[in-house]
Write a protein that binds this ligand. Structure first.
Ligand SMILES: Nc1ncnc2c1ncn2[C@@H]1O[C@H](COP(=O)(O)OP(=O)(O)OP(=O)(O)O)[C@@H](O)[C@H]1O
Ligand SMILES: [Mg+2]
Length: 215
């Protein structure tokens, strides 16, 4: 994500981005070592943040494309059991869509609001486009956070896809963000958070079961 906050709960700080590193090396890919851009986080998870150009300058999509190119150069796509890409919902064109070329599944996360559901349209269109060259099943949709499902239900009626899970408003989620700790780390001292972890474990199980998804 250009905001480079996707990994904050796992690292506890804003890790240097790929674009910062590329800039410091005058965009010479060959001078970049994986230790410079791949960081270790909680639970033995490795993280990369693409970052973005300074606000109001440059093109974030270009950064996404360059990040994928660099990860390929570093052979990173073949070193892990599971790789998660956090792709911006409202802009999936050009470089932003580049990670989709390496994905086996796509999952849409949206609340029950009009804007987020509207942003799901370019995602589904982009998956359809990619399907011409690369099978990319859409696993479905996760509603988060929402106490109501009326617009989500209406959306999946028109654009059929499984609703994998719906998460209610959980006050400890923004707290985990501020603390820079995952819910899985917090549950150690707050066992009452176990039910929140169960939501995530359930979503994980569903994806790991290699669902057929929507092609
Ligand atoms: N289930 C939930 N209950 C309560 N708050 C939540 C829940 N899920 C996310 N939040 C909070 O909502 C805010 C936005 O969440 P988050 O940053 O994960 O969204 P995002 O989709 O990544 O946004 P963006 O598209 O801007 O990157 C954060 O403050 C987060 O802590
Ligand atoms: Mg985000």
């Amino acid at each position: 994500d250009p905001k480079h906050d996707s990994t904050f709960t796992l690292t506890g700080f804003l890790i240097p981005t790929i674009i910062d590193t590329l800039q410091s090396k005058n965009y010479h890919f060959e001078d970049i070592w994986s230790q410079k851009v791949i960081h270790k986080g909680y639970g033995g998870v490795d993280w990369v943040e693409a970052g973005g150009p300074p606000a109001g300058a440059g093109c974030g999509g270009y950064v996404g494309g360059e990040t994928v190119k660099l990860l390929k150069e570093l052979n990173a796509f073949y070193q892990y059991d599971i790789i998660l890409f956090d792709v911006l919902g409202d802009v999936v064109w050009g470089g932003f869509a580049a990670p989709l070329n390496y994905a086996n599944y796509c999952l849409i996360i949206t609340d029950n609001g009009f804007d987020a559901l509207f942003a799901a349209n370019p995602i589904t269109a982009s998956i359809k486009e990619k399907a011409r060259t690369h099978p990319l099943p859409l696993t479905g949709l996760v509603g988060n956070p929402t106490s109501k499902k009326n617009l989500i239900n209406k959306y999946v009626e028109t654009c059929p896809m499984p609703v994998i899970k719906v998460l209610p408003l959980i006050e400890n989620i923004p707290i985990s963000r501020v603390k820079g700790k995952t819910l899985f780390e917090m549950v150690g001292s707050q066992p009452s958070l176990n039910y929140v972890c169960e939501y995530y474990l359930n979503i994980t199980d569903q994806i790991l079961s290699q669902p057929e998804g929507i092609v």
